[in-house]
Ligand binder design. Structure first.
Ligand code: CA
Length: 228
């Protein structure tokens, strides 16, 4: 298959994991370049300008993944999407807590399919509206009509507040993916919005109240929410 989706740089010092990620991303049509150290990773990213970086947090050597991410964000242009691979809960806290600008993370052991789904979702978001996503997405018995900014339950319009609709649309755009509250906050309210997790919970509660069982919106324990 021709590498039609662009280049991904995988920075991972465990060759088995690197090869597995490499295999799955190649199957998806990406060109994959591997780096086994942070130094080499930064070098490759600088040379190749990849569309996305998969970055292990626990790298041997002078630079761990957090440091690589920090340097990447400080460089120019520095906005390449980054998916972190984390091994421990403590690492997740650091990835999220330091707000280094990783776009997403998966926890080892992860399923390569999950990683691929997250890569796709990030690139979809990064591409923005130029991709012109479907005008109407149907989830359960609910239609999410982007053009009309309208949600319909069994064909009948349901009155939603602006943010409720935005949240519903964002969930529908990422159908089948478990999203963290932070991802939802960033995606719906924007990264510069100083809200907390309860904001998401409150809006989810409203969506459930208004759409009920017709909307297959699941709480994913320890993560956040998933539609579909
Ligand atoms: Ca490692």
């Amino acid at each position: 298959m021709a590498p039609e989706h662009g280049t991904v740089v995988v920075v991972e010092d465990d060759p088995h994991i690197a090869d597995l990620v490499d295999l799955y991303l190649r199957r998806e049509g990406f060109r994959v370049l591997q780096a086994s150290s942070g130094e080499r990773g930064l070098e490759l990213i600088g040379q190749e300008h990849p569309r996305l970086v998969v970055l292990d947090v626990g790298l041997e050597g002078d630079m761990d993944g957090l440091e690589v991410c920090r340097r990447l964000r400080a460089s120019t242009p520095g906005d390449v999407p980054v998916v972190m691979l984390t091994a421990r809960d403590g690492e997740i806290d650091r990835v999220l807590g330091l707000e280094l600008g990783a776009d997403d993370y998966v926890t080892k052991p992860f399923s390569p399919r999950e990683l691929v789904a997250r890569v796709r979702a990030i690139l979809r978001r990064a591409d923005g509206p130029a991709r012109s996503p479907a005008e109407v997405v149907v989830v359960g018995r609910v239609e999410v009509d982007r053009g009309r900014r309208e949600a319909r339950l069994d064909g009948q319009p349901v009155a939603l507040a602006t943010r409720e609709f935005d949240l519903l649309q964002y969930l529908a755009d990422n159908e089948g993916l478990a999203l963290t509250r932070r991802q939802l906050l960033d995606g719906v309210w924007g990264t510069d919005w100083y809200g907390d997790d309860r904001t998401v919970d409150v809006h989810v509660r409203q969506l459930r109240k208004k759409l009920g069982d017709a909307l297959p919106l699941a709480t994913v324990w320890g993560v956040g929410y998933r539609l579909g």
